[in-house]
Design a protein around this ligand. Structure first.
Ligand SMILES: NC(=O)c1ccc[n+]([C@@H]2O[C@H](COP(=O)([O-])OP(=O)(O)OC[C@H]3O[C@@H](n4cnc5c(N)ncnc54)[C@H](O)[C@@H]3O)[C@@H](O)[C@H]2O)c1
Length: 390
């Protein structure tokens, strides 16, 4: 492995069309590249939503790999391509194994592959649970801002389900200018609630913290509600809990009963993506036989095509788009190139020419020995006055 301290081949490739170098980017590097960049990443996510809305992306349906012997687990493939100025293709491959949590191991793990726009060659593999949590939190913070612009800015936030994603969303809200008088917490697991409370106290974000025993108390006490559970089907079913018309970030997608969505303004990231896999919006479509309850995408709100009324609950349901992972991953890659810390895997691609067979390591060693022998003969030849033999 070589640490490259100047701009790597991936950029040069677009000019010369040769095989790029392949690099591996660790979670520690990803985290360092993203630390303190909340506003920048949120703006990047907004740009990507706009590109996606303008048709400058390819984002096919995610593929869910499920296992008959491990029904609660899954691995999802999210292929995507971004055009415009960004120009990168790739794939996020993300596992969700909820059983990990009992052993103190994070539920989700992931890698992200970035492919070169011109040759198609993969040029980087990034640890991607952090990229994934970051783009999810950036999108949630963007939605919180955009969906609350027509009403008093929420001062009471409530987190329902407080694992890694809730922590990242709080960090992003904090890092993009939000502050709260009250922070509510509710989780089925007392350990998770206590762990999140500890994180909040250390984060320095301020606000009085209350751990609620029920989801109802939490929701009734919050103007901004963050849902980040791992519930597989709706467990919040009473529309009257939302009589105060909060902004709801429904990041976990399956907590709310369709009746609640039918009383709310519904904003999604991408309609086709959200209307599958038994999300709450998918269930609402199945129940009503139409998508009329969907008001538009976050990009529609940003572009002014959809106005969010202040006197109605607004629910943001983001399916999570592969284009966001790609954009954040490319941002990280560029930062690491700039810092001179890119770790290139030497000779990762072996067959680099169509008709010139790749040398085996044995061939390369043999060539090396021949070069040494011939150098030695040249030295001997010089010293004896004879021409070296070829
Ligand atoms: N939409 C997106 O783009 C996107 C992206 C990433 C993750 N997610 C989703 O976010 C959710 C949270 O992910 P995470 O990594 O933080 O998970 P996690 O396992 O770390 O935490 C989930 C927490 O929810 C709690 N919980 C489960 N059911 C609950 C219930 N009914 N009421 C209250 N608490 C409950 C668990 O005890 C746990 O503490 C997952 O559903 C994940 O799929 C969505």
């Amino acid at each position: 492995m070589t640490t490259v301290r100047s701009l790597p081949a991936a950029t040069a490739v677009t000019e010369s069309l040769s095989v790029p170098q392949f690099s591996v980017i660790s979670g520690a590097q990803v985290q360092a590249a993203l630390r303190g960049r909340e506003t920048q990443v949120m703006e990047l996510v907004e740009t990507i939503y706009r590109l996606h809305g303008d048709g400058e992306s390819v984002n096919p349906p995610s593929y869910f790999l499920r296992f008959p012997d491990r029904p609660s687990s899954r691995i999802i493939a999210l292929p995507a391509s971004i055009g415009g100025q960004v120009r990168v293709d790739g794939l996020k491959w993300i596992s969700s194994f909820p059983g990990n949590v009992a052993a103190g191991v994070p539920r989700a793990s992931a890698v992200l592959i970035l492919n070169d726009h011109d040759t198609g060659y993969p040029f980087a593999c990034l640890e991607s649970s952090i990229v994934s949590a970051t783009r999810t939190a950036a999108s949630a913070a963007l939605a919180a801002d955009r969906l609350s612009r027509g009403r008093p800015r929420p001062r009471r936030v409530g987190f329902l389900g407080v694992g890694l994603i809730a922590r990242y969303i709080h960090t992003f809200l904090n890092g993009t200018g939000w502050s709260f008088d009250e922070i509510g917490v509710h989780d089925l697991s007392a350990d998770s609630a206590a762990g999140f409370r500890g994180y909040l106290e250390q984060s320095g974000g301020g606000g009085d913290i209350t751990v609620y025993d029920t989801a109802e108390e939490l929701i009734r006490s919050s103007d901004l509600v963050v849902l980040a559970t791992v519930a597989a089907e709706p467990h919040v079913t009473d529309p009257s809990w939302f009589d105060h018309h909060p902004v709801v970030l429904h990041v976990s997608l399956r907590d709310l009963a369709p009746e609640i969505l039918l009383t709310a303004t519904n904003i999604v990231d991408d309609v086709e993506h959200c209307q599958k896999a038994n999300t709450s919006t998918h269930l609402a479509e199945q129940n009503t036989g139409s998508r009329d309850f969907l008001d538009g995408t976050l990009n529609d709100v940003i572009a002014g095509r959809v106005t969010v009324p202040a006197d109605r609950t607004v629910v943001f349901s983001p399916f999570g788009l592969g284009v966001l992972d790609l954009a954040v991953g490319k941002f990280v890659y560029d930062e690491i190139v700039r810092s001179g810390e890119l770790k290139v895997i030497d000779d990762f691609f072996h067959e680099r020419h169509r008709y010139r067979p790749a040398a085996s390591s044995h061939d390369r060693a043999e060539r090396g020995h021949r070069r040494q022998r011939s150098a030695a003969r040249r030295v001997r030849g010089r010293s004896t006055g004879l021409r070296p033999m070829r």
